[in-house]
Each structure stands twice: as C-alpha cells, then as structure tokens.
Design a protein around this ligand. Sequence first.
Ligand SMILES: [Zn+2]
Length: 413
Amino acid sequence: MHTERLYYQDCYLREFTATVLSVGGDGAVELDRSAFYPESGGQAHDLGTIEGVAVERVTEHEDCVLHFLAAPPGNRIPAKAVSPGATVQGAIDWERRFDLMQHHTGQHLLSAIAEDLYGWKTESVHMSAESATVELGAEKMGEASIERLEREVNRRIQENLPVRIATHASAKGLHLRKATERPGPLRVVSIADLDHSACGGAHVRTTGEIGSLTIGRAEKIRKNIRLEFACGMRAVHLARRKSGWLREAAAVFQSSPDHIAELAAAQRDELAALSKRLRALETQESKRAGADARRALGEAGIALCCAARRVPDAIADAERAFAQGFCERAGAEPNRTILLTVALATGAFLLCASPEAGFDAKAWLQEAGARLGAKGGGTAAMISGRMANPEGLAALVAALPFPLVELPPAAAL
Ligand SMILES: [Zn+2]
C-alpha cells in the first residue's frame, strides 16, 4: 500500500479528504493520502483529528503513513466512521505544525550558517514540540561565537529569503550541503542560494516566517556540542518565562534583574566565609568540651583516665577536636589520658593518647587491635581506623588495657 504525502507538495495544507485503506489490529489507520507528518528526519509527528477523533501518533512504515487514533478504553480500533473504504476528513493541529515548520527551517539555517562561519558540521538534529537541538561537530564553543552565530541567523531571517522545495531526479550537480545516499527522486529544500539540503520535512515559505531564533544552552555531548534553540512564538514564550525567573530571583535579592549575578556571587562568598568561621568556632567549642570532660574526671580523682565515647556515624572534625582537647596537656598538671572514640554506624574509630599516659596507640593497634580485626594507621599519640564489622567496636573498647570510663555519647549535630 502507499500513502500520498500531501505535505510534500503543500506544507500549508491543514485539512484534507482521504480514503481509509486499512485499519490494523494495533489500531493503525492507513489512508490513501495524508497531510499528517509522521515522526521522521528529526521532526516530531503532527497531531490533529481524523473524523473528529484525536490523532495521537503518526509513524511511517515503508511507503505508508500510519495514524494512531484515540480509541475508547478497551477497544484499540477507533471510531466506526474510520473503517476501510470510508471517506474521512483529516485536520492538522496547525499551531503545533507551524511551530515545528519554523523550527525545522530554523534548523536548516542554523546548520548552514554554523558550517559557513566556523566549519561546524551538523551531526544530528532533534525537533519536538518541547525542545529543538542541533548537535554540531565543534570541540569548543565560546559565548562570543554563539552570539555571532545567533546574530547571523537572525540577519538572514530578517532578509526574508525564499525557501524553495523542489524534487530532482538525482543529487547530481545539486551542491547539496550533505551528500545523500538516497536514490532519486530527491526532495531538496533550498534557502535562497545559502543552503541546499535533501530533506523530507515540512518547512515555511520564507525565512521571515521563522520569526526569530534564539540559542539557549550549549552542552558538551560525546565529542560534539549540542545547542538548544527556539524559534517564533516559542522563542517569545521562552523569553517571557526566563524574564519571569529573573524577576523572581530579583525579588529574593530585593534588587533589579541586572544585578542578580553580582549579588549572588557576593552572597556565595559571604556564605563560604561564614561557614568557615562557623566550622572554626565549632572546632574550638568541641576542643573546650573535651578539655572540660577531662578536667571533670581529674577532679573526681581519676589519675589515669581511659575513656570511650560513642558518636553516631562518622569521626568528624568536631570529634577529633574533642579528642584533642581531652588528651592535650593544660597547665602544669600532667595529663594522663587515653580516649577511644567509636562511630557505631560505620565502625570507624579514633584512638588518642596523651604523651604522659605511657600508652603507644600505634603499637596497641598492631597487636590487640589487629587481633580483633581493626585496621588503621597513625602515630603513637593518635591513630584512626575502622572495624570491618561495626559490632566489633564493643570488643575493641573492652580490650583497652586500663579501667574504663564511659563518656556521655556525643550529641548529634
Ligand atoms: Zn530537514
């Protein structure tokens, strides 16, 4: 079977009459002629209606265009009016189609100018109702070159150049931008003498109808760069949305949109400085808490203080500072302290000993610790390590060679 593609001759045809050739078991309606553009060549399929029933998807299979209609639940075959032999009326969702035509012609122009200006060849294209992209063979793309590309495309749009579609017997002598392996006849879309491309897509009549083209995000993909672009009303809607985001951000900063970047950078720097200051204060506070805990034990008459402290999930800077404060000598009194901090959830531990404790933390790890499966490293005064199984931490605490004092567990921050 074969569907005559009406959009080949007239991209502006919005309504048409056709005969149903078949309705497949999957609900695919095949017509003898159709203005519906199927998903192909990077361009999204049309939407619309056939006999008033919504067309949800359009695909092509060999020479046929297949229309998938919204069907009543539980029934994949659509309306009775759409049965083999019936004459049906088709209508294209024109707003969607025209938007896709603007983007497709915009893409040809963008691809042509990107290649002419910079030698960036188009590797792939994608045009849906939501987004349009071209993947260009460029390793790097500076903001200035993108801006120039955008300006040049819009200059050509304003020149309102004719876009012509012609069918040729073969590619011979056509100066196509990209060689094609398709046998003739060949449908060639030309933008004045700027670009000649073999393409089966739907296009506007003049570049002026593209309206405008704005380039959005440039994203590195594989060895290429993918540019997002928008044309016509979509570019206008997008500009409106973006200015809305800017207005909202400006309201947060209580400033005008043109100062947001500056203000955001200043606040980011201020936040980083405050965070740093806060961390320093927390460390200081933890160290003081460690010293206070040790002093309290000293006042209780404990000469050699061997303590364990449980913390929730990791040995953070605050725990290290606490251990440091606990084991550090303060004033003239000798400080004989050992502290084993254990993180119950992860199996991590930190063992600290003051020089006067007469305890070699490293040697202990290599003997008693290793027997219990502890792994780690450090110095005689401080080692950090991990038990393969967090449950082994209790045995590690019990293995300390002095009577043990349990410190209250650290409060989770
Ligand atoms: Zn095309």
